[in-house]
Design a protein around this ligand. Structure first.
Ligand SMILES: [Zn+2]
Ligand SMILES: [Zn+2]
Length: 231
């Protein structure tokens, strides 16, 4: 019997369509591996961004339940992502359990890789850039592990929760007039500070990620392909 194509292990891979196929030996499709790399690369940026927003804007503050103290002059939801704490929240249950801790989530996965590969890990286990820098070279290896989908989901949750807590909308630049090379839709956008241009699924895009240099080369090729429209 011929071997059937293995599908990506991430639960919602492909959305309404069938899950994407994987390379032999891998658990993640190329689309999710790209996404995992992007989501991991931006974690130091998430920390920097959240650090700027630990004080509530507009003077409002979160009440501390069961206390006569004045409301805490800090955003506890933001702090809970910045400080060591909760790891492995159920992906769609952030409201109930609070947002995940970025350093603890990263440290748990670094620990997992250290255990399985017999490695020592980074010098500091509470430093997000160090944890991220340590984990990145192991991503291809991680993509072949039976827990790869869980890694992918949890790292994605860090970026998603950060964006939900402190929206980055104003820092999002739409790439007007440049169609996506994959789906041809004008849905490309970039978030300030991120190296990636993304085909935004929220406006019907396909979710493709391009690094900045890949995008520049693509735009240059587009311009060369349509010389008659050059103004
Ligand atoms: Zn996938
Ligand atoms: Zn697209």
């Amino acid at each position: 019997m011929p071997e059937t194509t293995r599908l990506c292990a991430v639960e919602d891979c492909g959305g309404e369509h069938e899950a994407r196929g994987v390379e032999p030996g891998l658990e993640l499709c190329g689309w999710h591996l790209d996404r995992l790399r992007r989501d991991l690369e931006v974690t130091p940026l998430l920390v920097r961004w959240l650090s700027l927003h630990t004080i509530p804007s507009g003077g409002g503050a979160e009440p501390v339940s069961g206390s006569r103290e004045p409301a805490a002059p800090v955003r506890l939801d933001v702090l809970s992502m910045l400080l060591p704490g909760a790891v492995h929240p159920p992906p769609d249950d952030e409201d109930q359990v609070g947002p995940p801790s970025i350093p603890s989530t990263l440290a748990a996965w670094v620990w997992q890789v250290c255990e399985e590969r017999g490695l020592a890990g980074p010098e500091r286990w509470d430093d997000v850039p160090q944890l991220t820098g340590w984990l990145l070279p192991h991503l291809e290896w991680c993509a072949a592990r039976p827990w790869a989908d869980q890694l992918c989901t949890e790292i994605a949750a860090l970026r998603r929760c950060t964006h939900a807590l402190v929206p980055w909308k104003v820092h999002r630049t739409e790439k007007i007039g440049v169609p996506c090379p994959t789906c041809d839709l004008q849905a490309l956008a970039q978030i300030a500070g991120e190296e990636y241009i993304e085909c935004d699924e929220r406006v019907g895009g396909c979710g493709r990620l391009m690094r900045a240099e890949e995008y520049s080369a693509y735009v240059a090729a587009l311009a060369r392909a349509t010389p008659e429209s050059a103004a």
